[in-house]
Design a protein around this ligand. Structure first.
Ligand code: FRU
Length: 325
């Protein structure tokens, strides 16, 4: 049969509960259309490293041919990833890194550059003087460290720009609003908040709106293409800017296919970023809408094709019955 999957792709996602990761899965599924020999086994760890470790073990027990993993935190996930790799199963690490060298390939955005571009953009907004508050992701996940480093390096080129606080928002809006409430006095003095993702930037914005702090400007990361996500928030003037963080979903599936067919793949694939603000957000939106329409057309054609294949197979089957009876 033409459509029967030959390969099992295990995907361990640290959380599925946000726009950025939903988009990653959409991209993966789209790419999977081109690989009917691959079947995706998906597990969502809901921000819990322990759960992610046991889910990877479950995937292993389901005889996966390759593991895709976006580790919640770098250190706790390292041993289980190492163990999978040592069993001879290829491992592609996505977006967040693990504290191990035991993997086949890494695909992710350029997090250091994201922080650096944000810092340079802030310098452009504020000029020679100003106060900046950073809101970071989960302490143990690698983009937190890399985005911070980039921001700090960029701001250190501008002695008049002061980084007055680094608040831990753990990538989510709830925790961000909690730390905002504990640091209201500090926010009163701030000119810009750089949050390491748009979810936290929007959380901060809502807190500041509700608490009479209308003077602050907000910058986020991700620029996901959904209502109330990054691009939409920039278009509505809620965020001054967002840095595009490509999900790598499409690249991960096509790389998995390459690995399974014995091709050599690069050890590190760094996906590029771009800063989106009021000057280019319209153009970005137009392009995204256009791509969306193209994808819908492709998906329609693919399901038609599948339907035709199915009919063809049924006819072949009938023919065989007729011939043999
Ligand atoms: C989504 C997310 C993104 C962020 C990425 C970092 O779960 O928090 O918003 O850019 O993870 O790994």
């Amino acid at each position: 049969q033409v459509d029967k999957p030959r390969y099992r792709i295990g995907f361990s996602q640290c959380t599925g509960n946000d726009d950025w990761r939903k988009n990653m899965l959409v991209e993966m599924k789209r790419e999977l259309f081109y690989h009917p020999d691959m079947q995706l086994l998906y597990k969502d760890a809901a921000d819990d490293s322990k759960r992610q470790i046991s889910q990877i073990q479950e995937l292993l027990a389901e005889n996966i041919d390759i593991l895709l993993v976006s580790p919640n935190e770098a250190i706790p996930l390292a041993p289980v990833i190492t163990a999978v790799y040592r069993k001879g199963i290829p491992v592609i690490i996505l977006d967040r890194k693990a504290a191990t060298d035991s993997f086949t390939a890494y695909i992710g955005g350029d997090n250091y550059n994201i922080g650096k571009l944000a810092g340079e953009y802030i310098a452009g907004l504020l000029g020679t003087k100003g106060r900046v508050v950073e809101v970071t992701g989960l302490k143990g996940s690698s983009p937190t460290i890399e985005r911070s480093q980039g921001l700090h390096d960029a701001l250190s080129q501008h002695p008049g720009l002061q980084l007055t606080a680094s608040l831990e928002g753990n990538w989510v809006a709830g925790k961000t609003q909690e730390v905002a409430a504990r640091n209201k006095a500090l926010l009163q003095q701030a000119d810009v908040v750089f949050a390491q993702n748009d979810v936290m930037a929007y959380g901060m914005y809502r807190y500041c709106q509700a608490n009479a702090l209308p003077h602050i400007r907000f910058i986020g990361v991700d620029a996901s293409p959904y209502p109330d996500a990054g691009i939409d928030l920039v278009a509505r003037g809620i965020l001054s800017a967002s840095l595009l963080y490509p999900s790598g979903g499409k690249e991960a599936i096509s790389m998995a296919a390459d690995i399974l067919s014995g091709k050599k793949v690069p050890r590190n694939t760094l996906l590029q970023t771009v800063l989106i603000d009021s000057s280019n957000v319209k153009l970005m939106r137009l392009q995204i809408d256009k791509i969306q329409v193209q994808h819908q057309e492709i998906e329609q054609q693919q399901s038609l094709l599948q339907e035709q294949r199915r009919q063809y197979q049924d006819q072949q089957h009938l023919l065989r019955i007729v011939v043999t009876t």
